[in-house]
Design a protein around this ligand. Structure first.
Ligand SMILES: C[S@@+](CC[C@H](N)C(=O)[O-])C[C@H]1O[C@@H](n2cnc3c(N)ncnc32)[C@H](O)[C@@H]1O
Length: 330
């Protein structure tokens, strides 16, 4: 997956005069802060150079994760076409760009961001997105006194890991009340990110939400630590990205996890593939989360005919349906 061309060009223009050495140092610092999930009262993106490092090294990956999450949402809710977006901890506007790409009917976006440097960069990039009326709000997402507008789609992408864990419950309750239809929360695909999404998911179900993706059911998650659920998207690395991260490989795999909750039920899928399928001679092994609320491995052999042909084409994150005659997944 790559950034949409107008965003890629706008990022290139924004970064063109930045010395590579500065970008590398800022990127290394940013990575170490993210890896440590450091909460020291400072924003990770608190200055222009940190934001530039984010644009060079992280934006393509977070964009890919958000866009892939939206694709799963859109598959389950083909009728969903948001006109308005509220994005919290917007950074450079990642979720807005991904929403515009997934749902071309999007006309208005309110982006809440505490970092002045991120807002300034995001506003410059957004000039290339003429179809959307964008409003930036300088606010702390945890501050109850600030009024945020309700929207068809509310998003919180790669933000929970920067907040005080005690703030998550009240924030999720508030975001759900602001979501006219859909709330999507995305986190890094780490065990800690999954634990956070698991808590958000359970809270949203208690609040009466329907899980739209990625889970095929609203029942309790069948996985237990040390197992965890996540997905992966391959992201093409630009030349600048490779230089900034001193990486040889022209791509990277971004691991992510999310939950999308809606006021309306989604089309139910039979199962979701929740790990990379393993292929051996005449056999495909799939790890599935099933519509009935269970999860586990299913081995599909060549003898199963049509089910085998389906299984061979499945990828991590896909919805799986084998038809009644081949045996339901649950
Ligand atoms: C990792 S970045 C994610 C940016 C964007 N959502 C994305 O997915 O690429 C987290 C963003 O949340 C912002 N942020 C962190 N804590 C915040 C808070 N309490 N209020 C508002 N924004 C916050 C940071 O400044 C940063 O821009």
């Amino acid at each position: 997956m790559e950034l949409p061309a107008p965003l890629r060009l706008a990022v290139d223009r924004y970064l063109e005069d930045t010395p590579l050495g500065d970008l590398k140092r800022a990127s290394a610092l940013l990575s170490s802060r993210y890896r440590a999930e450091l909460r020291d009262g400072r924003l990770h993106l608190d200055d222009v150079l940190a934001v530039k490092a984010y644009l060079a090294a992280r934006l393509p990956a977070t964009y890919a994760a958000v866009r892939a999450s939206f694709s799963m949402v859109a598959a389950g809710r083909p009728d969903f076409s948001p006109a308005t977006l509220l994005d919290l901890g917007a950074g450079p506007g990642t979720a807005m760009w991904a929403s515009a790409d997934c749902w071309p009917g999007l006309g208005e976006a309110t982006l809440v961001e505490a970092s002045a440097a991120a807002r300034s960069a995001g506003a410059k990039l957004a000039r290339s997105l003429a179809s959307i009326d964008v409003r930036w709000l300088d606010a702390d997402v945890g501050r109850v006194a600030t009024v945020f507008p309700a929207a068809d789609l509310v998003t919180l992408s790669y933000v929970l890991d920067e907040l005080d864990p005690a703030a998550t419950g009240p924030l999720v309750e508030r975001l759900w009340s602001l979501a006219r239809d859909m709330l999507v929360v995305i986190e890094p695909g780490t065990p800690a990110g999954w634990e956070r999404i698991l808590a958000v998911r359970a809270q949203l179900v208690r609040l009466g939400a329907h899980i739209a993706a990625p889970c095929p059911h609203d029942r309790p998650c069948p996985l237990a630590a040390p197992d965890w659920c996540h997905f992966s998207r391959r992201v093409a690395r630009s030349r600048l990205h490779r230089l900034t991260k001193e990486a040889d490989v022209p791509w990277e795999d971004e691991k992510f996890i999310f939950v999308a909750a809606s006021r309306h039920p989604a089309q139910r899928i039979s199962a979701r593939v929740i790990a990379p399928p393993r292929q051996a001679k005449g056999m495909v092994t799939l790890k599935l989360c099933n519509v009935g609320g269970s999860a586990g491995q299913r081995v599909v052999s060549r003898r199963e005919g049509e089910a085998f042909r389906i299984a061979r084409r499945l990828d991590w994150g896909d919805s799986a349906h084998f038809g009644k005659e081949s045996g339901a997944a649950d």
